[in-house]
Design a protein around this ligand. Structure first.
Ligand SMILES: NC(=O)c1ccc[n+]([C@@H]2O[C@H](COP(=O)([O-])OP(=O)(O)OC[C@H]3O[C@@H](n4cnc5c(N)ncnc54)[C@H](O)[C@@H]3O)[C@@H](O)[C@H]2O)c1
Length: 257
């Protein structure tokens, strides 16, 4: 799918990987609607991207009614949704039982599932419904959905039991969703990033960053958010990519801790 004059919805677009994806999509000629909980970050992103190329909607991706209403208003305002990139996500660090032998807090576990897994599905289902109403383009495509998992879906570390479950769930739903939407000409793919140089990671002490980098085969550095953006636009443009999860990680395989 060509990016020119397309409408893209990017969740978590106020920060990190979602912000980088928004930039790449706008640079390619798309109009971006950023969905994020953080109003300040959303407004800043729109200012930087250009108010004629970006809009912001503040909402929680896990709210069914809010997301349905947002897609109604986007299709009313902009006429269509062609591209959807799910980047909104949260992480927690807690083991199955803690040092005192207490079980993992179940509400914390539920919260991560709610935002990362249900939030991704909630946005995707509404994006797919909007895309299904598009006229197919010259390649018979009506839309492209891109999810963000993590290498923690495959090599989750100690303390990532909740986070890994959400990311494994996103990987697991990629193929069936692509199959569900195939007859509509909508493709679904997932990116599983390794350790990326987002603000959170860059705020970690240098020795921690160095320790992470030492395990990365090549290139020996953190991934750049712009490299995530580059993969997003490639997935949109390459019509033969479908139903797949792509690791973007410099070849790293995470150790247990
Ligand atoms: N940064 C990494 O190294 C890395 C690695 C693997 C996977 N990921 C995944 O990539 C995605 C983006 O990560 P990031 O590092 O850019 O994070 P980030 O914290 O910089 O950005 C996430 C954005 O999502 C928004 N958000 C959080 N919960 C939300 C909700 N319920 N509704 C709407 N918006 C919400 C936040 O406000 C924030 O702007 C996440 O899903 C994360 O799990 C990141």
């Amino acid at each position: 799918m060509n990016l020119q004059n397309k409408v893209a919805v990017v969740t978590g677009g106020g920060s990190g990987l979602g912000r980088a994806a928004s930039q790449a999509l706008v640079d390619g000629g798309a109009t971006v609607v950023i969905i994020d909980m953080n109003a300040k970050a959303g407004a800043k992103a729109v200012e930087e991207l250009g108010a004629n190329k970006a809009q912001f909607i503040q909402l929680d991706v896990s709210s069914g009614p809010d997301v349905e209403a947002a897609f109604d208003s986007i299709t009313e305002d902009l006429g269509r949704v062609d591209i959807c990139v799910n980047c909104a996500g949260i992480g927690i660090a807690a083991k199955t039982i803690d040092r005192e032998g207490q079980p993992h807090n179940l509400d914390h576990y539920r919260k991560v599932i709610e935002v990362n897994l249900i939030g991704t599905f909630n946005i995707s289902r509404c994006a797919a419904a909007a895309m299904a109403r598009n006229e197919p383009d010259e390649k018979a495509e009506k839309g492209v959905i891109i999810n963000t998992a993590s290498i923690a879906a495959f090599d989750g570390q100690m303390g990532q039991v909740a986070y890994s479950a959400t990311k494994g769930g996103i990987v697991g739903m990629t193929l069936p969703m692509a199959r569900d939407l195939a007859s509509q000409g909508i493709r679904v793919n997932t990116i599983a990033p390794g350790v990326m140089a987002t603000p959170l990671m860059m705020s970690m002490p240098q020795p921690v960053q160095d320790g992470i980098v030492s395990n990365i085969p090549f290139p020996k550095r953190l991934g750049e958010p712009s490299e995530f953006g580059q993969l997003v636009t490639h997935i949109v443009e390459n019509s033969y990519l479908n139903g797949e999860t792509i690791r973007l990680d410099g070849g790293v395989r995470m150790q247990p801790r």
